[in-house]
Design a protein around this ligand. Sequence first.
Ligand code: DGL
Length: 270
Amino acid sequence: MDSKTPDIDAPILFFDSGVGGLSVLAEAQKHLPKAPVIYVSDSAAFPYGTKSEKEIATRVPVLLGKLAERFHPRLITIACNTASTIALDSVRQVLDIPIVGTVPAVKPAAEMTKTGVIGLLGTEATVRQPYIDVLAQKFAKDAVLLRHGSAELAPAAEAMMRGEQVDAQIYARAMHGLLEQPRGDEIDIVILGCTHFPLIEKQLADHATTSVQFVHGGAGIARRIAYLTHGQKWPENALGGHFVTTGDLAGVKPYEKALAHYGLAQFSAL
Ligand code: DGL
């Protein structure tokens, strides 16, 4: 066994500002059903999307360093577009384990579009990142990429996961914000560029005024995780996943029912 061979019980750690990363976890579980999972929600700092680059760039690497020391994961998935587009490089610099990031699925969208006009729905912080320009330049040179940042959708997804009623106007406003831009009516592919959004894909689809197809990076990230852990050993029986919050443990209670669907049955506060 070389020094890089992870311990059989070493988990994969999924990290997000809230429960959005569950959309990535769900895809990963299809490939790696026996992987021990630590899911960390930075609830104390939710939402990231309305924060400054500086706040996120300072917070995320420190927190992930602390989490790596505490849980000794074999791999970390930053299941958050906002954190990844801002802090992925600095996290990789400070941690000596594989880090998989989540960035908007511009490449698959560019391959799918027939009209040549792609929409990107993300948080306010994500859509203004230069990283998006780099992705567009690299993968979607011949397409038009229209962006809309919503501050309301991630909190709406959180509320839905707590079993609360959500005002449908929130979904309508977000879709209109994208589709009513000049050339917005030509959009045929909408990238869900925040991991919370696949959780509310149906609601968003119900409020699209034109016919659009949604795409997100979950499946691609899951394939990447499977590739990077290929050949590693997993415990014979899948252990229940562990949900960790940076906020109050009491705040997790309303989510427990939804978390059970992802095999997360143990809860603790950091
Ligand atoms: N789920 C996160 C993302 O993918 C961010 C949501 C938020 O905290 O604003 O961008």
